[in-house]
Structure formats: C-alpha cells, structure tokens
Ligand binder design. Structure first.
Ligand code: PHE
Length: 339
C-alpha cells in the first residue's frame, strides 16, 4: 500500500508539472482527487489493511491529497497569470499611433486675407461698411467725377443691367454712399465683389474683390495716406516691406498714385512672381477730388480726405504665391485644403 502510494505520488507530481491549461488542471484534479479518482481509489483499499496500519496510511493519503491540492492551485494561478499576461500583451494599445484625421472646413484664403486686412484697419480706427453690388450709374461713375462719355469709363468695362443700372466696377461707390450718410471725421473701409467684362486668364477674372478705404477730416494730407498704407503693407507682407508711390490718374482723386510693395517672394531682387521688377502693384489711391467732396455736401475748403482701393485677389495670390487667380474661384478642395 505504501509503495503504491509512493508510486502514485511520483506519477502525480510528474504529470502535474506538464499541465499547461486550465482544462488540463481540471481533468487532472478529477482523475486524481475526484470521487472515482486514483487517490480516492487507494483510500477505498484501506479496508483490507491491518488496523494498526490504517492511521499511518490514512495520514499519508491525506498528506498526499493536501500536497496535490496545494500544487494544483499554484499551477492553476500560474496558468491564469500566464493567460492574462498573454491577453494583455495582445491587447496593448499603442498610444503613439497617429489618430484618424477628421477634416474640418477652413476659411477661404480670400476671406483669411480679408479678415487680416479688417483687423489691421480696425486697429487704425476704421469702420467696416457694406455697399450694394448692383449700383446706379450715379454712384459708380457720375458722383466719382466720371461724367457720361468721359474717356475714363473706358478704363473699366462695365456690365450694364439697364440704362442706369450696372454691376459695380469698383468699390469706390462706397465713398459716395458713406459721405452722403456720415459727417466727417470719416474713416471707413468697404470690402466687396466688383465686376468687369474682362476675359478670364491667370491674372484677370470678371468677378474680383476690392477693399475701398476713405478718410475725410480737417487737415488730412498725402502724408497720412502714406503712413496708413505703409503700416498696412508692413503688417500684411512683413516689417521689411518697402512701399513705392507712383504718380497715376483716377478721376476721383487728385493727386493720384498707384502703390507698389517690394515683392514678398524675392524681397525686391526680381523673380517670377513680380515678373522681374522686384515690385508688386497692390492698390490705387489718392487725395479725394474736391469736386467729389463738394458733390457729397462736404466743403473742400474745410475738409480734405484720401481714398484707396486695394485689390484683394492680388494681395491674396502674392501673399500665398498662388500662380493663377482662377484657383481662388474654382473651389477645388485639394487647393483650398492647403490654407
Ligand atoms: N477704384 C479704383 C480702381 O478700381 C481704385 C482707387 C480707389 C483709386 C480709391 C483711388 C482711390 O482702379
């Protein structure tokens, strides 16, 4: 009986070592310690033993049972730990993986430039006003010192809707509407779409954008115009930007200038963007013509003013090195995504 027990002990411990799953452990437990198990079987055989040996063998059986139970539960938790570790390793989340990108809309580059521009002029005390896209001949030309049959009308090819009704060719109409409605001091900008019967190409579009500016007060001079425009150019293109005023002609300003800034691409050396000149023309400006002031009921002896018209599309294309103005209007998301 003792030998049988010893043999069972050897066999059981050996088998136990080799167990590798929870299922194996359970099967082993049933096979050894269950009601019909091998150890239980041995125990049944005790009846045939002499009375004095029974307690000794009984104790040995109990010891073996206790030992196996202890080893089994140790094995069980080792297997459970290993399974857990394996599961954790398989389920590891790599927090350094880049997340899935969610596309959100953004401002159109034209609107972005306009917002920057509005910020700059607001900080200099300008109000933002709006004006109609469908204008009368009076506001678009007449009141701006461009009478009918004046050759200056040829400068801008106009879309007429009716005899006296047209799509505004310039935001300058806002000058007149503002002066009719406000008393000096006046400091406004008026951004908006303008329309000219131009052929479409890389630098022309029949619809484009201007930002009109108007300042009227006592003692306003060309120096004020220069100061405001230089400040504006530096804030848009950077502090090293130089500004050049070239004499020009507009019927509603006298004197008139066209304003160039040093090319933001090459810094003035000459490149593709500025067509080799080192300069980019961004706006027209001048001192408001006394006749225009008078027509709006403002005494040119008492007040003076300056006006400017910024080409917003050109400002945007040069700033972002966009080679073709049409890209601004096609709304191809692959293009717009880049801003
Ligand atoms: N309206 C002019 C143009 O479209 C620009 C301009 C505005 C010039 C204001 C002088 C003053 O060309």
């Amino acid at each position: 009986m003792k030998e049988q027990l010893e043999a069972l002990r050897q066999k059981a411990l050996e088998e136990l070592e080799g167990l590798s799953s929870a299922k194996d452990v359970e099967e082993f437990r049933i096979r050894m310690l269950g009601k019909k198990g091998e150890l239980t079987g041995l125990l049944r055989g005790m009846g045939s033993l002499p009375a004095e040996e029974r307690p000794v063998v009984g104790q040995m059986v109990n010891e073996l049972r206790a030992l196996l139970e202890e080893k089994l539960s140790a094995k069980e938790s080792a297997i459970a730990d290993a399974a857990k570790a394996e599961k954790l390793a398989a389920e590891t989340i790599d927090v350094t993986l880049p997340g899935e990108q969610r596309k959100v809309g953004g401002l159109h580059p034209l609107n972005k430039t306009l917002e920057d521009l509005i910020d700059i002029f607001r900080s200099m005390g300008f109000d933002v006003v709006d004006g109609p896209e469908v204008e009368t001949d009076y506001y678009n030309f007449e009141a701006l010192n461009v009478p009918a049959d004046h050759p200056a009308r040829d400068m801008q090819d106009t879309f007429y809707l009716a005899e006296n009704l047209l799509l505004r060719t310039q935001t300058s109409a806002a000058q007149i509407r503002t002066m009719e409605n406000r008393k000096p001091p006046i400091r406004i900008i008026c951004p908006g779409r303008v329309f000219r019967a131009d052929e479409v190409d890389a630098t022309h579009s029949p619809v484009f954008h201007q930002v009109e500016g108007l300042v009227v007060d006592k003692g306003v001079t060309m120096c004020d115009l220069k100061g405001v425009l230089e400040q504006f150019a530096r804030e848009i293109y950077g502090p090293d930007t130089k500004v050049k005023f070239r004499p020009s002609f507009f019927p509603f300003t006298e004197p008139s200038v066209e304003v160039d800034v040093t090319c933001s691409e090459c810094g003035g050396k000459g490149c593709r963007v500025c067509k080799g000149s080192g300069w980019i023309e961004i706006l027209g400006a001048g001192m408001v013509h006394p006749r225009v002031l008078k027509g709006c009921g403002i005494d040119p002896e008492e007040y003076s003013g300056f006006a400017f018209g910024i080409g917003l599309d050109r400002l945007t294309t040069t700033r972002h090195k966009i080679s073709d103005i049409r890209l601004l209007f096609e709304n191809d998301v692959r293009f717009l995504d880049q801003f």
